[in-house]
Design a protein. Structure first.
Length: 185
């Protein structure tokens, strides 16, 4: 998420649309919910209806996409469009469907983060071919297929979630080592 010499707060203030949301406490994890895939299907249909053929890929990623895995009860969805930086080509149609742009990260793969109209979700928008899309899907698939990796990841998530965090991004950053280990293993 940008320049390592800056604090998390400085980086968040640079990329956040509006005021960054502090949590100042632990992360709430929920037990796996069988409704998460259904919520994803509803949101995927809404995204595809808004963007049509311009939604080049819509995938459920993150912990809510892994059956049996505890997660923050926020769906992560990855969306590939032709060019994430060309917001005029896709963002107005998502906004018309009720989505709201919250992060613009031109220095990190032109990532955009959009929040949903009904479901608590993070819609990660990248340009088609961005390697982060493949990494997110590969991590999800590894957790779905490998019980030991899934158990190790959940144990680390629970350990980290119990700590007090100022920003959710700090919690996400703290998981980087185990994500890398699982993807590299």
């Amino acid at each position: 998420m940008g320049d390592a010499t800056k604090t998390t707060e400085e980086r968040l203030r640079e990329v956040t649309i509006g005021e960054p949301q502090r949590i100042d406490g632990p992360i709430r994890l929920a037990e796996a919910d069988p409704r998460w895939p259904l919520l994803f299907a509803r949101e995927a249909a809404r995204i595809r209806a808004a963007l049509g053929a311009d939604a080049l890929l819509v995938e459920h990623v993150g912990s809510t996409a892994v059956p049996g895995l505890a997660a923050k009860p926020i769906l992560d969805i990855v969306l590939a469009v032709a060019d994430a930086a060309d917001e005029a080509a896709w963002l107005p149609r998502l906004e018309a469907a009720g989505y709201v742009l919250r992060l613009r990260e031109p220095d990190w793969l032109e990532h955009r983060l959009v929040k949903g109209p009904e479901t608590d979700l993070n819609l990660h928008v990248f340009s088609a071919g961005c390697p982060e899309i493949d990494r997110m899907i590969a991590f999800r698939d590894r957790l779905r297929a490998d019980a030991a990796a899934r158990a190790a990841y959940e144990a680390k998530k629970r350990e980290l979630a119990a700590r007090s965090w100022r920003w959710v991004q700090e919690y996400a950053d703290a998981k980087s080592a185990i994500v890398a280990a699982i993807l590299g293993g």
